[in-house]
Design a protein around this ligand. Structure first.
Ligand SMILES: Cc1ncc(Cn2nnc(CCOP(=O)(O)OP(=O)(O)O)c2C)c(N)n1
Ligand SMILES: [Mg+2]
Length: 565
């Protein structure tokens, strides 16, 4: 088979196990899309705009080895860059592919459409370099294979986005045939000596520890399910208490005896904050300590006997071991640690009562308590629930997850509206999961149009749209007129997106009985999305959000440091 540059790129993606690539057409990428379409097992999935296209690729990367999004130069790429920034912040390998000017125009002095209006087009590469681990420009077919492989390999190794721009007149030019994909997928090997030394340092620390605990952070998400399974084997071997940070909700099997709940400072699950504070050896795995995860810097608990295991390095007390990759290190630790159940025994001894949530009066106005009780009832082992930025984060922490259920969130980047396009991309990869989104009205207004693509592809996603009349999470941080929004007929919007042939459902629920019915309808509706618009009083939000909002506002409001002049 004769390969062109576009076919080379598409073949690499197909060899990696991608069956879809997301795209928005533009005259800089049409020839490229034509060439990529010639590669059979890589279907093109079109999005409404490039922000959503980027987020769809990011969502796909949450399910597959990576995601890929194709956009046009400048006017497309600039919008997609926000999603690429999100993928970088969330450690997800998204490949952003942009059409680019005809290679004869470089250095020609030509002013081109869709550009900034001057003849140096390198600005896009310069911008891409700031938000990716690798950015390459393919302006000649001869260099294409090497540049494409390099960008993809970098994204996979670093678990970060990469960027490829391809001149519009090069995409259909002949190039060499791709070799074995192992040249791209072969992962970095840990430094053996550092691996052994790090393991020994951990064992010494654990030997001295009375009550070690494991705290799992969001960075293990991007290491993939295989690593999460290895972490679960380690925690089972250790036998100590295991907590997940908010960003890692769903990344540790919650039905296991060792699992004690969420560690999130003073809004942790009952008894967990004390357990972490009292521990004399905290083993953090993939932890991210930012202002949100530390509740405005009030709970960054890292002591000198603690162990910090990250994707490619480990710190034990005052010793640092780099070149120690999570995928290698966790199994080594599992093979040599001894059981220490002290922290779990301490936790169990507290006999923390399990909160029973009573069924609300079906005719009473719907509350978030009743809403979450009913969502809990829909969560099974095949469920993936997306928690959008907003009050949804805080409610989501209280869901009890059967093993196999997954939670996706974006708590580092926190781009409101992310959940709709990202879940679309995720569900294109995993249409048979029970895919549920918990999203606020404010967030939904940023990316709502991507629901039409869920309708177009008949994907049964359940969208719980919380209409609480505005930006509640912002209200609890700092209120003002800017937190009010224009109300929409969110359920009615589905008819707009359906047009003549769509099978989307738009339902409303003002009380528990209506929600019960709507949930049953949604779970039974298989040939399209169901949006359930739930009316919630603007004052009804998670008590955790109220506490967290005050602390974050305080952190935001710290007075400027006084500099010696
Ligand atoms: C792209 C982007 N723009 C602005 C923000 C700031 N922000 N964070 N949360 C919000 C409000 C979210 O409101 P909703 O989705 O309605 O959520 P809740 O009312 O809290 O359930 C804003 C405006 C943001 N996080 N992302
Ligand atoms: Mg809201």
């Amino acid at each position: 088979m004769k390969y062109t540059v576009g076919q080379y790129l598409a073949t690499r993606l197909a060899q990696l196990g991608l069956n879809h690539v997301f795209a928005v057409a533009g005259d800089y990428n049409l020839t490229l899309l034509d060439e990529m379409a010639k590669v059979e097992d890589l279907e093109q999935v079109y999005c409404c705009n490039e922000l959503n296209c980027g987020f769809a690729g990011e969502g796909y990367a949450r399910s597959r080895v990576m995601g890929a999004s194709v956009v046009t130069f400048s006017v497309g790429a600039f919008s997609a860059f926000n999603a690429v920034g999100g993928a970088f912040a969330e450690n997800l390998p998204l490949l952003l592919i942009s059409g680019a000017p005809n290679n004869n125009d470089y250095g020609s002095g030509h002013i081109l459409h869709h550009t900034m209006g001057y003849s140096d087009y390198r600005y896009q590469m310069d911008m891409a370099k700031q938000i990716t681990c690798e950015a390459v420009s393919v302006a000649h077919a001869d260099e294409a294979p090497c540049l494409i492989d390099h960008a993809i390999r970098s994204a996979l190794r670093n678990r970060k986005p990469a960027y490829i721009e391809i001149s519009c007149n090069v995409a259909n030019q002949p190039c060499t045939e791709p070799g074995p994909i192992s040249s791209i997928t072969n992962s970095l090997i840990s430094d053996d000596e550092s691996l052994k030394a790090a393991a020994k340092a951990c064992l010494d620390a654990l030997e001295k520890a009375k009550s070690p605990v494991v705290i799992i952070g969001g960075k293990i998400r991007s290491a993939g399910c295989a690593v999460s399974k290895k972490v679960a084997e380690l925690t089972k071997k250790l036998g100590c208490a295991v907590a997940t940070m908010a960003q890692a909700k769903g990344l540790s099997p919650e039905e296991e005896a060792e699992y004690v709940g969420t560690f999130w400072g003073e809004i942790s699950s009952p008894g967990v904050e004390e357990l972490v504070r009292e521990s004399d050896c905290r083993i953090y795995i993939g932890a991210v300590f930012n202002d949100y995860s530390t509740v405005g810097w009030t709970c960054k608990l890292v002591g000198e006997n603690d162990i910090l295991i990250s994707s490619h390095h480990t710190r034990v007390g005052h010793k640092e071991f780099s070149g120690v990759y999570l995928k290698d290190f966790i199994p080594v630790l599992t093979s040599c640690v001894k059981k220490n159940t002290t922290s779990l025994d301490q936790f169990k001894a507290k006999k923390i009562p399990v909160k029973q949530v009573p069924v609300a009066d079906g005719k009473a106005p719907l509350t978030t308590v009743e809403l979450c009780r009913q969502i809990q009832g829909a969560i099974n082992k095949d469920t993936t629930i997306y928690l959008e930025t907003g009050d949804s984060w805080f409610h989501g922490m209280h869901f009890k997850l059967p093993n196999g259920a997954r939670v996706e969130s974006e708590m580092q980047w926190g781009h409101i509206g992310w959940s709709i396009p990202s879940m679309f991309g995720y569900a294109v990869s995993e249409p048979n999961r029970r895919n549920i989104i918990m999203v606020g009205d404010g967030s939904f207004q940023l990316t709502a149009q991507e629901v039409c693509q869920m309708i177009r592809r008949n994907i049964p996603i359940i969208i719980i749209l919380i209409n609480n009349s505005g930006y509640t999470i912002e209200v609890k941080i700092h209120d003002g007129p800017y937190n009010r929004i224009k109300n929409w007929d969110y359920a009615g919007l589905i008819n707009v997106f359906n047009a003549e042939d769509g099978k989307g459902l738009g339902l409303k629920a003002k009380n528990g009985a209506e929600l019960e019915k709507a949930m049953q309808t949604a779970l039974a509706h298989k040939d399209g999305p169901t949006l359930i618009e739930v009316d919630i009083d603007a004052q009804d939000c998670s008590p955790d959000l109220v506490v967290w909002g005050k602390k974050v506002a305080k952190a935001n409001g710290r007075a400027p440091r006084k500099f010696q002049t």
